[in-house]
Ligand binder design. Structure first.
Ligand SMILES: NC(=O)c1ccc[n+]([C@@H]2O[C@H](COP(=O)([O-])OP(=O)(O)OC[C@H]3O[C@@H](n4cnc5c(N)ncnc54)[C@H](O)[C@@H]3O)[C@@H](O)[C@H]2O)c1
Length: 355
């Protein structure tokens, strides 16, 4: 039975994970799927109370005793520099070697997109490298706080790291019948790291000749994602470029509150979290959109091989938009909990019809 650690975290993380958890428990019961859920007290409250962000023993347990993690968001204005969020989030990504950051951005209803050209389906599935690039913290300051100060931030790319994320993108496109994989880089300027990405993309791509493949410089890509997003399907990018492109893709498909993400090391562990942060400005008001977190449940079910159950969750979320049953950020008037309840009721109706 898959064991899932539930980490609501801070701010609206607690509110949206409450709804995601209700949906997961409901689907598991209706479809007779076994999941063991266990709550973890990690976040700003624990740090402020005990002075501990996360211990090595907790990292070990999350890695060895659990099959997946469902996380809300981390970040709290009471913690200077958000040290706890960095320790926990980056710690999990690096220590559990969650090298795939998968961010599907799917337009659930045409009016959700700010783009005039977005009539019809829009499905942008981003594979962001999650363990290298500028996020390794390699670098330093020389002659700090002087007029001669020098700051270095290294961009780390290994052949192993680049190859495994590119292969994951192609394998996903192949297994899901997607027609195109696009590499995003800046290899005209970043010749060494960019050159490695281009070479590996060609090598791996040669094994998938039935899939269209192209490479875009990141500046051209962000323009094109606004101009003609329907051209793109699966997108693969480094940690930094994937971060930027996926926020844009989330926005053109309805906004931050709707976007889920999965951090995965196939065969080892996975962490599911909405793309948004802890939104202190609306925490506690009941206005947080739980859809990003609920769609994480869809990704989690899919990850454990329950694709039909995942499709039902995604279908119920889409139905909530078609019925206008949404939170204020996307034009509705329901609370976080009311959206969760509407989705549960829609799932019940679907189970009653389809069994
Ligand atoms: N993965 C994470 O845990 C994560 C990601 C991003 C930011 N953060 C942290 O979250 C805190 C706030 O960061 P921020 O304000 O830059 O980003 P944010 O995503 O929390 O909020 C940005 C804006 O979007 C709105 N918003 C976000 N999620 C929403 C939702 N589900 N429903 C409705 N509106 C929503 C917020 O109200 C805010 O106006 C910071 O401490 C930051 O470090 C954490």
């Amino acid at each position: 039975m898959p064991r899932i650690a539930v980490i609501p975290g801070d701010g609206i993380g607690l509110e949206v994970v409450r709804e995601a958890r209700r949906v997961l428990e409901h689907v598991a019961q209706a479809e007779k799927l076994d999941f063991e859920l266990k709550d973890w007290d990690l976040g700003a409250d624990r740090f402020l109370r005990d002075g501990i962000t996360i211990t090595d023993e907790e990292f070990r347990s999350l890695d060895e005793d659990y099959d997946a993690i469902l996380l809300g968001a981390l970040g709290d204005p009471r913690v200077p520099g958000n040290q706890h969020a960095k320790d926990i989030l980056l710690g999990l990504r690096f220590k559990l070697d969650l090298y795939i950051n998968f961010r599907p951005c799917v337009l659930l209803s045409p009016e959700l997109s700010p783009l005039a050209s977005s009539e019809g389906a829009l499905r942008l599935e981003i594979f962001r490298e999650n363990t290298e690039g500028e996020y390794t913290g390699m670098g330093g300051i020389f002659k700090g706080d002087t007029r001669d100060e020098i700051a270095l931030e290294e961009n780390v790319a290994t052949r192993k790291g680049v190859e495994r994320i590119i292969r994951a993108a192609f394998e996903y496109a192949d297994s899901r019948g997607r027609g195109r994989v696009t590499l995003v880089d800046k290899s005209n300027v970043m010749r060494y790291v960019g050159g490695l990405w281009r070479r590996v993309f060609s090598e791996v791509g040669a094994e998938y000749t039935h899939i269209e493949q192209d490479a875009m410089y990141v500046d051209a890509m962000v323009m094109d994602l606004v101009r003609r997003p329907g051209r793109y399907e699966v997108i693969v990018a480094s940690n930094l470029f994937g971060d930027i492109v996926s926020d844009l893709a989330a926005e053109v498909t309805g906004g931050l509150g709707l976007a889920p993400s999965a951090n995965i090391h196939p065969g080892r562990n996975a962490l599911f979290e909405p793309v948004h942060g802890s939104a202190p400005d609306i925490a506690g008001t009941g206005r947080a959109n739980p859809v990003g977190a609920i769609r994480c449940v869809g990704l989690l079910l899919d990850h454990f091989g329950h694709r039909e159950a995942a499709d039902r969750v995604e279908g119920a979320v889409a139905a909530s938009f078609q019925a206008g049953q949404t939170t204020p950020d996307v034009g509705g008037s329901l609370s976080t909990e009311e959206v969760g309840t509407w989705i549960l009721q829609h799932l019940d109706a679907a189970y009653a019809v389809h069994g």
